[in-house]
Design a protein around this ligand. Structure first.
Ligand code: FAD
Length: 329
């Protein structure tokens, strides 16, 4: 951050000497997966440091409330849930270093390294838990309406639209088509807006959606802008073949135009699948010894808090076993 600001302002300040932190386990990313790893690892008396580029909590912290995380009185604020995780990890001795811009990560060496602007972190084990993010709807004002008319998770937010007149779903892959069917449980009607004249979803999903009389499809169209002041009331779409613009009224819009795993830093070092996710086995081990992966950044089929914390637990237990076997040698 400092270096980016300096280059923007054309000034150069003194080189900061980097502080060195040694640990048993480094965790990159402080979302539910990383925090759970930290809870398990620090409770096993392993010196654990979580390095987080933003404020710890991850995507879950941005969710107004969560109704499907087990063990709550019914719903829990996403922020409350992750704050509990943060306190629990700290109570066992984990250190959480947030607001750390990570410059590089060295996974190959015996001592793994995370290098930030002002620190070098070293440990024989690293757990990558950098998560994934939905590709955002590329229209102006998207951030202002996110969570309030523009959504990326029907499992999480669909119930907000009980008895809504119309919901728009953007996309044509499996997620878009399957989630459209799911959203008909809540809304009276679902309109899928898709940029092509056919779906990319599985045949079964397509057939089910097209047979559902609560779902209609607008083909060859892309969303160009959001309509609404405080609340979304619809979107403007453009037919990509005729360039005709039209408005579609809706109470909410769910966007499924792909996910973006956050693997930029290590994509040359780790085995990554065709969709950009890190491959890990059922012990969360990657192709490099001492490097584990957990949560949404891992190649898997369900990305939820419950699966992220499960991965975090498995990664920490296997990291501990790995360290024990290494120390025996
Ligand atoms: C709006 C919304 C609503 C949701 N609702 C629900 C719900 O109701 N129920 C449910 O179970 N799930 C829900 N989810 C999904 C859930 O939040 C995720 O599955 C879960 O947070 C994944 O946890 P994670 O730790 O793997 O990744 P994330 O939560 O993505 O956390 C990853 C962390 O890593 C950090 N990071 C990324 N790159 C770097 C880097 N280079 N250096 C340092 N740190 C880095 C990020 O800042 C982030 O804090 C929702 C998601 C969204 C977006």
């Amino acid at each position: 951050m400092r270096i980016a600001l300096e280059s923007l302002l054309g000034i150069e300040s003194e080189q900061v000497e980097k502080e060195v932190f040694n640990a048993d386990v480094l965790v990159l990313g402080g979302g539910p997966a990383g925090l759970t790893t930290a809870i398990y690892a620090s409770r096993s008396k392993l010196k654990t440091i979580v390095v987080e580029e933003g404020i710890a909590g991850g995507q879950a912290a941005t969710t107004f409330h969560m109704a499907n995380y087990p063990g709550t009185p019914g719903t829990i604020g996403g922020k409350d849930l992750v704050e509990n995780m943060i306190s629990q990890a700290k109570s066992f001795g984990a250190d959480i270093h947030d607001l750390k811009e990570v410059f590089s990560v060295n996974l190959i060496r015996d001592q793994k390294e995370i290098i930030t602007e002002d620190a070098i972190y070293r440990a024989p084990v690293i757990v990558i838990a950098t998560g994934a993010e939905s590709r955002r709807l590329p229209v102006e004002g998207e951030a202002d309406f996110r969570g309030n008319g523009i959504h990326y998770c029907a499992t999480c937010d669909g119930a907000m639209y009980q008895d809504a007149e119309n919901i728009i779903v953007v996309g044509g892959g499996n997620s878009a088509v399957e989630e459209s069917i799911f959203l008909t449980k809540f809304a009276k009607h679902v309109t899928i807006v898709h940029q092509f004249d056919h779906f990319q979803a599985s045949k079964t999903a397509q057939e089910e959606a097209l047979a559902n009389n609560k779902i209609s499809v607008i083909w060859d169209s892309e969303v160009r802008s959001i309509i609404g002041e405080k609340h979304l009331t619809g979107v403007q779409i453009e037919n990509v073949k005729t360039h005709e613009m039209s408005a579609v009224n809706a109470n909410g819009t769910f966007v499924y135009i792909g996910m973006q795993p956050r693997t930029q830093l290590f994509k040359d070092q780790l085995k990554i699948n065709d969709w950009g996710y890190i491959e890990g086995n059922d012990e969360m081990r990657t192709n490099i010894e001492g490097v584990f992966v957990a949560g949404d950044v891992r190649s898997k089929t369900v990305r939820q808090v419950a699966t992220a914390v499960g991965d975090g637990a498995v990664a920490a237990v296997n990291a501990e076993r790995y360290l024990a076997s290494k120390n025996k040698k």
